[in-house]
Design a binder for this molecule. Structure first.
Ligand SMILES: [Zn+2]
Ligand SMILES: [Zn+2]
Length: 552
């Protein structure tokens, strides 16, 4: 046989050098499995973009080898890209019950519910796909049913942690599978692929229970309504809010589509426990005494369209903020969202609410001591810090060195890097295509850098359209030029400027005709240049100029 023994490749397609759109491919010979298929929220300069998903060109190219997608948990940065991926590569999907419940809802929205095979896993599952045998272990995180995978390969065992913290008093009573991690360590772990989100934070991340006590105090002492915003996926926190309401004789109403959906799914699947009669319709709270009401809502990140943000602006259909309300932001702003959150808080104070926006949150990701514990339990030969921005990966690498992983066995990877492990030795192979695909409305990947550059120009100085009709025979101007502008100047107050611009276009065209120049591209360039210079002189602005030439 000419072909040698296959090697194991580990390929991060998302989630390294960034927070979001997590995706890792594992390949052994003719078999590929994928862990997670997340999305990421667009950066500020991605104007009009709704979401960002990983570039899966590598998987599409090898679609005949892709056997399955395994999901660590139900957060958007792990499952949000799944419908788009499945439209290109329809393979079986594996995940825990709650994760699949959330996925099902998503697939239904994309019309994929009937065409995708969902397979449930739990702590006892061992799934054989091609050369891989995949087992699930439980972690603690800010959504229930979260965990990681132990992936048995012919080269050895790979432990992929998923998002994790170690919470010894978890709200759902299910501790992390520390014993399994230790057992993997005893068997020998070839590689650990681990969450780096909180690598910069010292110590341990506190238990979610500590937030529960704070919420209980707030609900007990609030003079009127309590309106609490948190992540729509943080079932643990919602559970603690519901329990606090029940203890203090309040009813709970829920606002925000994603939160209503998630609560429905979580209650149905048994991940959220609510006493009969606790939940009330939002339309009924107007009739109730304020001190008997808790409102759970979305908008803790100041998202412009969310329930809390609308309430703060006085633009919510069902709820107005009134003096006496206690509004709680039970989260901390995701980097980049700080100014939206601050604006919402200001508006809530202006509306007369008492706003509590600090100290009602703990992270779902482990801090340095937990990351070290993960390393010490599994004692990997090779270590790959993922799920984090570059500095977080570097810091995580440093922690691994501190607990004794040799520096040369730690790889801080970029998107599309390929680690090849052969006969127990890892090295970097040739990179594969990886990056970002932008989603705008129904379009996936059709908006690229050129479109974005145009949007940026339009957003800065507006647009000016010049329409002119030329005679086919003589090249003389038959009608126009007409100038239409948007976002450039206030037309009613700029008639003189636009008149002069019109005359400039006219004279430019006349000169071109006199010089016997008639190709449209030259005419357009001349108009664009002359007008651009003139407008910059007059206004110090550079609108996008779009000459449209017609012939008659
Ligand atoms: Zn997560
Ligand atoms: Zn995550």
């Amino acid at each position: 046989m000419a072909r040698g023994k296959p090697k194991l490749s580990i390929i991060p397609l998302g989630g390294v050098g960034e927070i979001g759109k997590n995706m890792t491919a594992y390949r052994y010979g003719e078999d590929i499995i994928v862990v997670d298929a997340g999305l990421k929220f667009p950066e500020e300069e991605m104007l009009g973009i709704d979401a960002v998903i990983p570039d899966i060109a590598y998987l599409v190219e090898h679609r005949d080898k892709v056997r399955a997608i395994f999901l660590t948990h139900g957060h958007e940065d792990h499952i949000g890209g799944l419908p788009y991926v499945l439209k290109s590569i329809n393979v079986p999907v594996y995940g825990t019950r709650l994760t699949l419940g959330l996925v099902e809802n998503k697939l239904r929205e994309h019309g994929l519910a009937d065409s995708v095979k969902l397979n449930r896993m739990d702590g006892n599952s061992h799934v054989r796909v091609g050369a891989f045998e995949v087992s699930f272990f439980y972690n603690n995180h800010s959504i229930p049913d979260t965990g990681g995978f132990a992936i048995k390969t012919p080269e050895g065992l790979v432990v992929h942690t998923g998002d994790f913290k170690f919470d010894h008093t978890p709200v759902d009573g299910r501790p992390a599978d520390l014993h399994k991690l230790a057992a993997y360590g005893d068997q020998g772990v070839l590689a650990l692929v681990a969450d780096s989100t909180n690598a910069e934070r010292e110590g341990f991340t506190p238990s979610e229970r500590t937030v529960g006590r704070v919420i209980d105090d707030i609900v007990a002492q609030a003079p009127g309504r309590v309106i609490l915003a948190t992540f729509a996926s943080n079932i643990h926190r919602m559970q603690q809010v519901i329990e606090a309401a029940e203890r203090h004789g309040r009813k709970v109403a829920v606002v925000g589509r994603s939160m209503v959906n998630n609560i429905h799914i979580a209650v149905q699947l048994g991940y959220l426990h609510v006493r009969p009669g606790t939940m009330v319709d939002i339309d009924d709270i107007g009739k109730m005494a304020p001190e008997k009401v808790v409102v759970l809502c979305t908008g803790s990140q100041g998202e412009p369209m969310s329930a809390l943000t609308r309430m703060a602006r006085g633009a919510h259909r069902k709820i107005d903020i009134i003096p006496g309300d206690t509004v709680v932001l039970a989260s901390s702003p995701i980097p980049g969202n700080e100014k939206y959150v601050a604006r919402t808080i200001d508006q809530l104070f202006r509306a007369g609410a008492n706003v509590i926006y600090r100290g009602v949150h703990v992270s779902g990701h482990g801090s340095q001591e937990e990351l070290k514990l993960m390393l010490n339990l599994t004692r990997p030969k090779y270590f790959f810090p993922v799920h984090g921005e570059y500095r977080m990966q570097r810091t995580h690498a440093r922690l691994a060195m501190d607990v004794g992983v040799p520096e040369e066995n730690i790889f801080v990877l970029d998107l599309g890097d390929v680690v090849e492990i052969e006969n127990g030795v890892a090295r970097l192979g040739a990179k594969v295509t990886a990056g970002t695909v932008m989603i705008d409305g129904l379009g996936v990947g059709d908006v690229g850098n050129i479109v974005l550059r145009d949007r940026k120009l339009l957003s800065q100085d507006g647009i000016l359209v010049v329409v002119v009709t030329l005679s086919k025979e003589t090249g003389q101007v038959l009608s126009g030029p007409d100038i239409i502008s948007r976002g450039f100047v206030y037309v009613r107050e700029s008639e003189a400027l636009l008149d002069e611009a019109t005359r400039l276009v006219e004279s430019t065209l006349t000169r071109m005709v006199a010089d016997n120049i008639s190709e449209w591209s030259s005419l357009k360039t001349a108009v664009r240049d002359a007008l651009g210079r003139f407008l910059f002189d007059q206004t110090r602005r550079r609108p996008m100029i779009l000459p449209i030439i017609m012939e008659a």
